[in-house]
Design a protein around this ligand. Structure first.
Ligand SMILES: Nc1ncnc2c1ncn2[C@@H]1O[C@H](COP(=O)(O)OP(=O)(O)OP(=O)(O)O)[C@@H](O)[C@H]1O
Length: 256
């Protein structure tokens, strides 16, 4: 069963000089997969994520999410679809400083008018899984970057979305915080069976995925699967990046 089905997708940004950001993309992501998107800067990774997250519209081709075409929906329907089916995680966390960590996490449930008891149960489950239970009464400016990103991930999964979309979630974090964030995403994928699509430049972060799709100049260039060993997968990612392009500098001293 596919969670994301992309068929013949093209994206052209109009303008004085039009940019063809994506060309004839065909990609299927099965339910429960954890897929990374990698490629050089400007290759179209974020554009692809935006097409799936319905932030922007394709120029042509089909995008189905959970067998639904979000681009056929009315504005209100789409807003509800996004709130219930999709979770979003960004590089810069996007938390509200005026709210506590607990209030930030349950915000999507508040917007959906869920009963208080249900909110409290779900908050406890998510906070336990993301190891945030001790800091629920703090505010975002009182916690570390890694804790902020885990709060943002908690907010994204509190509605139990079918699909979690993450754009460079470790981009602002040091290597230790990145590792904890990636372990959290891996745990969500394993235990909540949430399908995850992640854009990253970071080969260590990518090594937590079950499959990596490489994009070059807006086209799918290669695809590799993890298998059992994350260490071996990391090496495969480095080899593929050095062949297709991407960030492979500064990698010699990285510990997986
Ligand atoms: N809103 C926009 N208007 C016009 N061109 C755009 C727009 N967004 C992206 N582009 C162009 O589309 C191409 C793909 O951009 P995209 O941001 O998807 O790449 P990326 O692989 O995510 O890059 P990076 O790794 O640097 O974030 C680039 O040539 C970019 O300049």
């Amino acid at each position: 069963m596919s969670m994301v089905y992309i068929n013949g997708l093209n994206k052209i940004y109009p303008g004085h000089i039009a940019t063809q950001a994506l060309t004839d993309i065909h990609l299927t992501i099965e339910k429960g997969e954890f897929v990374g998107i990698m490629g050089p800067s400007g290759s179209g990774k974020t554009t692809l994520l935006h097409m799936v997250s319905t932030i922007d519209t394709p120029s042509s081709g089909a995008v189905l999410i959970n067998d639904t075409d979000p681009y056929q929906m009315k504005k209100d329907e789409l807003a509800v679809f996004r709130r219930r089916q999709l979770g979003f995680v960004f590089q810069d966390f996007n938390l509200l400083d005026t709210l506590t960590i607990a209030e930030n996490i349950v915000l999507p449930l508040t917007l959906d008018n869920k009963p208080l008891a249900e909110m409290e149960t779900r908050l406890k489950q998510v906070a336990d899984r993301m190891n945030l239970s001790e800091i629920l009464n703090k505010r975002p400016y009182e916690i570390s970057g890694g804790q902020r990103q885990r709060t943002a991930i908690s907010r994204a999964i509190v509605t139990s979305p079918a699909l979690l979309l993450a754009d460079e979630p470790t981009g602002s974090l040091d290597s230790n915080a990145s590792r904890i964030v990636m372990e959290s995403l891996e745990s969500i994928n394993r235990h909540e069976r949430t399908t995850i699509m992640l854009v990253t430049h970071d080969p260590v972060a990518a090594s937590y995925c079950s499959r990596i799709v490489f994009i070059k100049d807006g086209r799918l260039a290669a695809e590799i699967h993890r298998g059992d060993s994350r260490q071996t997968f990391f090496q495969k990612i480095i080899d593929t990046l050095s062949f297709w392009g991407g960030h492979t500098h500064e990698l010699s001293s990285i510990r997986v």
